[in-house]
Design a protein around this ligand. Structure first.
Ligand code: SF4
Length: 200
C-alpha cells in the first residue's frame, strides 16, 4: 500500500474518532482545562509510528523531514518533540495539533478495559480531581452502557492499516523519528510527482 493511501486511512480513522470523542465529551460534560498541555509533558508517553504518519508526510511535503530527523537525533529530552512550552510555569501546547497522534486524541476521552473486562475511563488527575462529579457520573454511565471510544479498538484499526508500524509501540520521540524514516525511505527511489497534489 502506498504511503499516501496509509496516510489517508489514518486520517479517516482520526476523523471518525473526532466525531466520537466530541459526542462523548458532550455526553460526559468532561473537558480539558483551557490552555492545559500537561499530559503532553509526561516523559514516558508512548505511541506507534503509524499514528504520526500524517505528521511525517506533511513535513516531507514541506521539505522539512530530513532536518526534523536531525533535530530529533540531537534532542536529549524525552518530552514530546512537538510540544512547545510557552512559559516557565509548565504551560505549553502542541505545536502541530492538526497532526497529533492517536494517543493524544484518545487520552482523556477514551477507556481501557481492565482485567475484569470493565471499561475504565483513562484520564488525568487534573480532570479526575477538578471535575470529580462529572468524572464519577461518567464512570457510572459507562458501566451502564454509555458509548466511549476504547483504546484497544482504535489501535487494532491502526494495525489493520500497517501491522508493523501500528503494532510497534515506542517512546513518542522514537515513534516520530520512525514515521519520518518510513516516509523518507518510501520516497528514496520514487519520483516525487505526487507531492503537489497530495499536500492537504
Ligand atoms: S503530538 Fe502534540 S498533543 Fe501529542 S503529545 Fe506531542 S505535543 Fe502533545
Amino acid at each position: 500500500m502506498s504511503i499516501e493511501r496509509k496516510v489517508q486511512l489514518v486520517e479517516n480513522l482520526f476523523s471518525k474518532l473526532e466525531q466520537e470523542a466530541a459526542q462523548f465529551e458532550q455526553a460526559s460534560g468532561l473537558s480539558c482545562a483551557a490552555g492545559c498541555g500537561k499530559c503532553c509533558t509526561y516523559p514516558d508517553v508512548e505511541a506507534s509510528p503509524i499514528e504520526f504518519l500524517p505528521w511525517a508526510f506533511h513535513l516531507f511535503l514541506n521539505g522539512e523531514a530530513e532536518k526534523t530527523i536531525i533535530k530529533l537525533n540531537n534532542t536529549q529530552n524525552s518530552t514530546c518533540f512537538i510540544y512547545k512550552p510557552l512559559s516557565l510555569i509548565n504551560h505549553g501546547r502542541c505545536s502541530n495539533y492538526k497532526y497529533r497522534g492517536l494517543i493524544c486524541r484518545l487520552f482523556g476521552f477514551a477507556a481501557n478495559t481492565d482485567k475484569y473486562g470493565t471499561l475504565r475511563l483513562a484520564t488525568c488527575k487534573i480532570i479526575k480531581d477538578g471535575q470529580a462529579d462529572s468524572y464519577n457520573s461518567t464512570s457510572e454511565a459507562i458501566a451502564k452502557g454509555l458509548y466511549v471510544p476504547v483504546f484497544t479498538d482504535y489501535y487494532m484499526q491502526l494495525n489493520q492499516i500497517d501491522f508493523k508500524l501500528g503494532h510497534t509501540i515506542l517512546p513518542i520521540n522514537k515513534a516520530l523519528k520512525k514515521a519520518l524514516e518510513e516516509v523518507l525511505h518510501y520516497y528514496a527511489y520514487r519520483p516525487s510527482v505526487h507531492l503537489g497534489k497530495a499536500c492537504g
